[in-house]
Design a binder for this molecule. Structure first.
Ligand SMILES: CC(C)NC(=O)[C@H]1CCC[C@H]1Nc1nc(Nc2ccc(C(=O)N(C)C3CCN(C)CC3)cc2)ncc1C(F)(F)F
Length: 281
């Protein structure tokens, strides 16, 4: 069949697509809305310039990430349907997330309700349980790497680096905010790094800022390794939410709340919208 889902085997060329509006631009290239002509399937086409990939020596990383991403199938992980290239560019055929970028939504709302935050955290926990089940860890789940699907569902959309839109929140060199102590102290790390990052994300959904934010990198570094976790008086956040965050932001990675236990935590049970997939995934 010619529909996009059977694309892995196909050889794609640019002429197979009608190119639509640009969705964003950045360091390695542009992202466009596109329609595959035979199936009329709407996709996002990420165009990366080979020259810039070579300059930044990220080709091998791109190959590894494309390999991982193309084999992941989960409602909260953005699909990578395939890729192709020409003389100067590499094209990634990606799932189109109709409601755009989460970090823009968070900036607009300042912070999210407990129900919205718990629903997002539960869906990301299910996506990470799925990834860990396939020995894929360290999905870089900061707000800039999350997109929102047509039904409002979150999609983890990173594959090793991001397309930098102009109004990115963080400096180009990326932020320490989401790294757990063992990564900041650069000792080896395992799947529990994702539990730490999800705890950071949960805090940021509820308060609008990450927990260890500081003006200087050195201060952020110190606050992370000391787990200097403080909850501001505003906005008002339930003690159940603070309890969950405190069980995830634990220095000893073996003591962090396992993801399947997170899904049973009272704050999640009482606040997250039930998901159609919760049983199956
Ligand atoms: C994870 C990664 C780090 N981030 C990215 O790649 C970014 C960089 C550029 C865009 C995005 N990449 C994607 N974006 C979408 N959907 C989308 C994005 C933006 C809008 C939006 O708000 N506007 C167009 C608005 C419309 C209104 N005007 C005023 C401003 C832009 C609406 C839908 N689907 C798939 C992708 C993907 F990932 F497959 F490429």
């Amino acid at each position: 069949s010619s529909d996009v889902s059977s694309v892995e085997k196909r050889r794609w060329i640019l002429n197979d697509f009608d190119i639509g509006k640009p969705l964003g631009r950045g360091k390695f290239g542009h992202v466009y809305l596109a329609r595959e002509k035979r199936s009329n399937h709407i996709v996002a086409l990420k165009v990366l310039f080979k020259s810039q990939l070579q300059q930044s020596q990220v080709e091998h990383q791109l190959r590894r990430e494309v390999e991982i991403q193309s084999h992941l199938r989960h409602p909260n992980i953005l699909r990578l349907y395939g890729y192709f290239y020409d003389q100067k560019r590499v094209y990634l055929i990606l799932e189109y997330a109709a409601k755009g970028e989460l970090y823009k939504e968070l900036q607009k709302c300042k912070y999210f309700s407990e129900r919205r935050s718990a629903t997002y955290v539960a869906s990301l926990a299910r996506a990470l349980i799925y990834c860990h089940g396939k020995h894929v860890i360290h999905r870089d789940i900061k707000p800039e790497n999350l997109l929102i699907g047509a039904q409002g569902e979150l999609k983890i959309a990173d594959f090793g680096w991001s397309v930098h839109t102009f109004n990115r929140r963080r400096t180009m060199c990326g932020t320490l905010d989401y790294l757990p102590p063992e990564m900041v102290e650069s000792v080896e790390h395992d799947a529990s790094v994702d539990i730490w990052s999800l705890g950071v994300l949960c805090y940021e959904f509820l308060y609008g800022v990450p927990p260890f934010e500081a003006k200087e990198h050195s201060d952020t570094y110190r606050r992370i390794v000391q787990v200097d976790l403080k909850f501001p008086p505003k906005p008002i956040v339930s003690s159940a939410a603070k309890d969950l965050i405190s069980q995830m932001l634990v220095k000893d990675s073996s003591q962090r709340l396992p993801l399947h236990k997170l899904l049973e935590h009272p704050w999640i049970v009482q606040n997250a919208e039930p998901s159609d997939y919760s049983g199956f995934w």
